[in-house]
Design a protein around this ligand. Sequence first.
Ligand SMILES: [Zn+2]
Length: 466
Amino acid sequence: MSTLLIQGGLLVDTEWTRHADILIDGPKIVHVANKISEDSLPPGTEIISAEGLCVLPGLIDSHTHYHLVSRGTVTADSFAEGSELAAFGGVTTVIDFADDDKKGNLKACTKARIKEMQSGMAIDYTLHQGVYSYRPGIEKELKELKASGVRTIKLFTTYKNVGYLIEKREELTELFKECKKLDMMVCVHCEDDALVTKINDEWKGTYTPADHAEMRPAEVEAKGIETVASIAKEQNMRLYVVHLSSKAGLQVVRKYREMGTDIVVETTPHYLFLDKTKLKGKDGSLYVMTPPLRTHEDNLALQEALINGEIQVVATDHCSFTRDQKLESNDCRSILPGIPGTEEMFALLHTFAYEHGVLGISQLVNLMSTGPAKIFGLYPQKGSLQVGSDADIVLYDPDETWELTEKELHSASGYTPYEGHQVTGRVKSTYLRGRLVMSEDVYLGIPGDGLFVPQDKKHLDEIYWQ
Ligand SMILES: [Zn+2]
């Protein structure tokens, strides 16, 4: 095993930043001190200067869809491509999704997805398991799922047409109860299916990309959140809202939090920084995802919520299709939904924080590394620069300015929704468990090197807000 000393960087944890040295032995961090003497090192130790750089714990994108087979096709970024672009973005762990085949064995669904990911992933990963029906014996399924290392489930309050919706409130409630009993997290994609259907049925307009935003307006999200937040309130349990996109949705979250309901909120860079005017031009299809982009006012409301600590996680919902796949249709009923984002995530958030003089780098680390690690039971193995943690380390130049362009980025989609955005801060090197996977624009990841990380202990209470 090799040893590595990273010298003189600004170590960033969620509670502190300090100039210090960090010693790595094999896959783990073994020593952190203001100054580690070179004389004390074993022969052959590699020494890296991080002078002028921030040293961050590897970032976590807790919402990705790499190699998603959907609507008869597959996303542009498979596991190998996803790992590569993630490494360039400083992301060393992703949380992807396993579908529910409804055959009564959730653990088998998780296992099957892990098997698919194993040979392609060059960074670490864990999973959220979808649950698309309530059925006899689900309690046992959930128990086995948890024992296999996955303790978050993902539900939808929409997509009845593709069989994802659990429609009956009693059934949803039972599922929530089971998860509470097992201390598992319920994550929900919140859009009210009945309202979507009603709007669709009454729709007299066209079906352009821009119409997609009008057919799934913010009220749809607000109503979806209302349904699941009210169940969480009744059951006095935690709820995780994935990809919050609107001010109306945020207001429902606030209402339930005021009543004491424990809601963790995730949003994405696109809901923070892009608005629905993007859907207008000839490339409108490139910006179609669900929920759709909202107004600039929604962006501002989410930005404010982020600054105020009302949002706990920034993730991307990275679900990329190539330009050609996206532009194949201009009809919002058939445009493949989803955009890339993992690689751009940290640079966009860092730039926002820097330009507005809000959110220190520690808080950014909390939103995109330590926080998700604690929430999803990966901490302190992930999301930390403590002795004993995995040596997932990002060397970050906080001052370099550059432009996000398709050419600079690595998604196989061939485009970035943030084309032309000027950003401040750039990942210089990324280490996964002590091994360099990206440095100075050279990718060194090895497909198959990524490991499944079981979700274990809970540390959410440590970071919880009031
Ligand atoms: Zn998603």
